[in-house]
Write a protein that binds this ligand. Structure first.
Ligand SMILES: *Cc1c(COP(=O)(O)O)cnc(C)c1O
Length: 366
């Protein structure tokens, strides 16, 4: 069998969720498991967190239904709400909560007569300029929804554009706008994503919505006490399938991007962009071979990539290769570091791992 596998450590997921809760003891913490649990498998993640998380967040009703069909009974919030009015009966049947960000969604809700009133998070645009009502129109919509028989509890929700940044000017501007509106309406709040959960207690609300930190990635520009305790959940693991010796000056891979600066030993690894590994990985991108840091040498191919293992003792066909995560000897290579070498972020690497890399679950809740 091809040795590539995405190992998912569900104990690490629970540990990271607990860290998010510990950051904000006055808030309830929604576990964000959209995009198939950031590539980790939404249902497995929900099952692992079922006894701890009071609610889950996903992007759309399809993702929410997957959780219900898998036996998850908690509230599930649709972060982008409904995409058409005919989803409302399903929302009602399954007890989903919805975000409302646009006038047509308000109209659909006001026209509906669900068997049970629907909990709503009213989304306001405090500066992200993506989804939500303008701050100065939000109060009127809030009052309209408060009076509607189809609406149960109401929360005020917003999203930050740059809570991860050390330059906090824009975050504070968004926060000021929100505080004004929240005090006018005495609204319970749901604002904080992972960076705000970790770094901005002022943004902690009735609910917080961390995502990426649950998977062990540090979203902050500069690590803090808590982010240093995050544990990687996914280990993308494979093995060496071939080894060769090259003379100084010989090239490796497509277009010969990498050339041996000395006599070199090159390992071929069963993992490529056809598995979701980023083809933008530069020469020098770290990988762990037998738990020791090595560097990618040459362009990533569809099914394989090549690593300079000249300085690793005892490499052989079958030696363990960790693309990110935790090696058997305990050594960790963070997905954040790999992402920097690919000019991207951990989110794209994790959500990008394709089904060709089978997920294998372990931990107490696997
Ligand atoms: C994805 C998402 C989150 C979680 O963001 P992270 O950066 O992964 O913590 C929170 N809120 C909304 C609206 C989202 O779309």
């Amino acid at each position: 069998m091809r040795p590539l596998v995405a190992d998912i450590d569900l104990d690490a997921l629970r540990h990271n969720y607990q860290l998010a809760c510990r950051c904000a003891p006055q808030s309830r913490t929604v576990a964000v498991i959209k995009a198939d649990g950031y590539g980790h498998g939404a249902l497995a993640c929900a099952k692992a967190l079922e006894s701890q998380a009071p609610a889950f967040a996903v992007a759309c009703i399809e993702e929410a239904l997957t959780l219900r069909e898998g036996g998850i009974t908690q509230p599930v919030i649709l972060l982008e709400g409904i995409f058409s009015a005919d989803e409302l009966p399903l929302v009602d049947t399954h007890g989903f909560w919805i975000t409302v960000h646009s006038q047509w969604q308000v109209d659909a809700l006001l026209a509906a007569s669900p068997k049970k009133p629907i909990p709503v998070w009213l989304k306001v645009d405090s500066g992200m300029h993506r989804l939500g009502f303008a701050i100065d129109e939000a109060a009127a919509i809030w009052r309209q929804l408060s009076a509607a028989p189809s609406v149960a509890s109401l929360h005020l929700m917003s999203h930050f554009a740059s809570a991860d940044s050390l330059d906090d000017g824009y975050f504070k501007q968004q926060m000021t706008r929100l505080q004004g509106l929240a005090s006018e309406l005495s609204a319970p709040l749901c604002l904080a994503n992972s960076p705000a959960t970790l770094a901005w207690p002022v943004a902690h609300g009735d609910w917080n919505r961390p995502g990426i930190m649950l998977y062990g990635s540090d979203p902050l520009e500069e690590a803090n006490d808590i982010t240093q305790q995050l544990q990687p959940v996914m280990t993308l693991r494979s093995a060496i399938i071939a080894l060769r010796e090259l003379e100084e000056g010989e090239p490796v891979g497509y277009s010969g991007r990498w050339r041996a600066p000395r006599r070199s030993r090159i390992a071929v690894v069963a993992c490529g962009y056809g598995d979701g590994y980023d083809r933008h990985a530069r020469d020098g991108t770290p990988v762990l071979v037998n738990g020791q840091r090595c560097a990618i040498a040459g362009k990533v191919s569809m099914d394989m990539l090549t690593v300079d293992v000249t300085d690793v003792p005892d490499v052989a066909i079958g030696s363990e290769v960790v693309l990110w995560g935790r090696a058997s000897n305990g050594e960790v290579l963070s997905v954040d570091e790999v992402a920097r070498y690919c000019d991207t972020i951990s989110y794209t690497l994790l959500t990008g791992v394709l089904p060709r890399a089978p997920r294998r679950y372990y931990g107490r809740f696997a």
